[in-house]
Design a binder for this molecule. Structure first.
Ligand SMILES: CSC[C@H]1O[C@@H](n2cnc3c(O)ncnc32)[C@H](O)[C@@H]1O
Ligand SMILES: [Zn+2]
Length: 433
């Protein structure tokens, strides 16, 4: 067995206590073998990462996003969701080639690795390119083709649904199990009712989960109400979309009844605070969701509505916005947001990650603690929630493989990735204008 030892640091345990310990990893199985003090003295390990002066945390899990939208970072800002999508984003996405999506995804993966994220969900198109990028970069991804049928004739709409199903079939359990898939209707109001039924049936056939945007803006809630006379959560439930392995993004405009249905169906909600603030979509009732027993994860959404993929930013935003939404400084406390970005998101995506524990996936990050903004260190969970930045990450490990060592990304050529993304982005914008 070849092993990796992360030695000399402190470790965040699943109960959010912090202890001095080393972490021993089985590299072939990609699993954590032991979490104990002084493992270095006992074992003949093949590779060691120093965690001296640092904190070993579970790799963060970004449970909702559109990776290749890094190409559109800063392309269109300061508009509400619908105008932003229709006037700016969808026209340029219409000219993106498979190579562009690969370039944008590689840039996203570089940003994720650098900021200590080891697992993520991706809803986009050209999923074959996304899957190849994830395989090569070494991260763990739950991927899907975002199906949109509105505005398309019957043939084009069916082709989009078929592509969603085919991609989910082809790429599930690839890249040594690091790539898994889901069926991803974009949202209840952008996918026709008969196609939602097809996707729900296909999820049963393939044994994969379902993911979609839900109740993100009041306009999108009103659209379903006008079309069906139902609230979107009831409508989605009637189409068989709400299940124990379903996770939905946003959940901003939810009634108490809808929250009850999400809890009863075991549907998880991924909170995207930065995107919700930037697009002025609203404040999700995060503390109410937690109180109702709904599983809550965290996501950045795409880089064009955030505008970065640093999950530590999201953790801080979630705590801040959660208090404002509840009008209560005690709401959405530090422990809750740290849990959301780790175990909460991992559970939503069906990953056995998000915890430093024996038998879990060896997906972790080592943070440097000797920074001015982390001094003094009264409470490291407080620091994780309110003060740590993605740039504090020293090493990133996924599935037992070292993806970044001493701030050097090993699985991607950072310069080449940035150059290709710059070129793809400016050529795409030139084509659309
Ligand atoms: C068809 S692939 C996914 C699709 O979703 C778009 N998108 C990006 N951000 C959001 C958001 O906050 N709400 C709804 N849709 C969003 C993205 O541009 C892709 O077209
Ligand atoms: Zn989204």
């Amino acid at each position: 067995m070849t092993t990796l030892l992360i030695a000399g640091g402190r470790v965040l345990r699943p109960d959010l206590t912090v202890e001095r310990a080393d972490v021993l990893v089985d590299r072939e199985a990609g699993e954590i073998l032991a979490v104990e003090p002084n493992l270095a003295a006992d074992r003949d390990t093949e590779e060691t990462l120093s965690a001296e002066g640092g904190l070993v945390v579970p790799g963060l899990v970004n449970a909702h996003g559109h990776g290749a939208m890094t190409l559109l970072r800063g392309y269109a800002d300061d508009k509400p969701l619908d105008a932003w999508l229709q006037e700016d984003i969808w026209p340029v996405e219409g000219v993106l080639t498979p190579e562009d999506v690969r370039a944008g995804t590689d840039l996203a993966l570089l940003e994720l690795i650098r900021s200590g994220t080891t697992g993520f969900a991706d809803m986009y198109f050209h999923v074959g390119e996304v899957a190849e990028a994830v395989d090569a970069a070494g991260l763990r991804g739950r991927l899907g083709h975002g199906v949109v049928t509105i505005g398309k004739d019957e043939e084009a709409a069916q082709a989009d649904v078929d592509e969603g199903i085919e991609m989910a079939r082809e790429y599930d359990e690839t890249a040594d199990g690091r790539v898994t898939t889901a069926l991803m209707p974009h949202a209840p109001h952008t996918v026709g009712s008969e196609y939602l039924d097809q996707l729900a049936t296909a999820a049963d056939d393939l044994g994969v989960p379902i993911h979609f945007h839900l109740n993100e803006t009041q306009e999108y809630v009103d659209a379903i109400d006008a079309e069906t006379g139902q609230r979107p959560v009831d409508y989605a439930d009637d189409h068989g979309l709400l299940r124990e392995d379903t996770w939905v993004a946003h959940g901003v405009h939810l009634t108490a009844e809808e929250i009850g249905t999400l809890a009863e169906t075991d549907t998880s909600v991924v909170h995207c605070p930065a995107s919700n603030m930037k697009l002025a979509s609203g404040m999700a009732p995060v503390q109410t969701l937690l109180d109702a027993g709904v599983g809550v994860g965290l996501g950045t959404d795409g880089a064009a509505s955030n505008n970065d993929l640093d999950a530590f930013d999201e953790v801080r935003d979630a705590a801040m916005l959660g208090k404002l939404a509840a009008d209560d400084a005690a709401a959405v406390p530090a422990e809750a947001v740290v849990e959301m970005a780790t175990a909460g998101s991992a559970d939503a995506l069906g990953f056995d990650s998000g915890r430093i524990d024996v038998g879990a996936n060896a997906d972790l990050a080592v943070l440097d603690l000797d920074a001015a903004h982390l001094t003094p260190a009264h409470d490291l969970v407080s620091h994780l929630a309110y003060a740590v930045r993605g740039s504090d990450v020293r090493h990133t490990v996924c599935d037992g493989d070292v993806l970044m060592r001493d701030r050097e990304v090993l699985t991607l050529d950072a310069e080449a990735v940035r150059r290709r993304a710059r070129e793809a982005a400016s050529a795409a914008v030139d084509r659309v204008e």
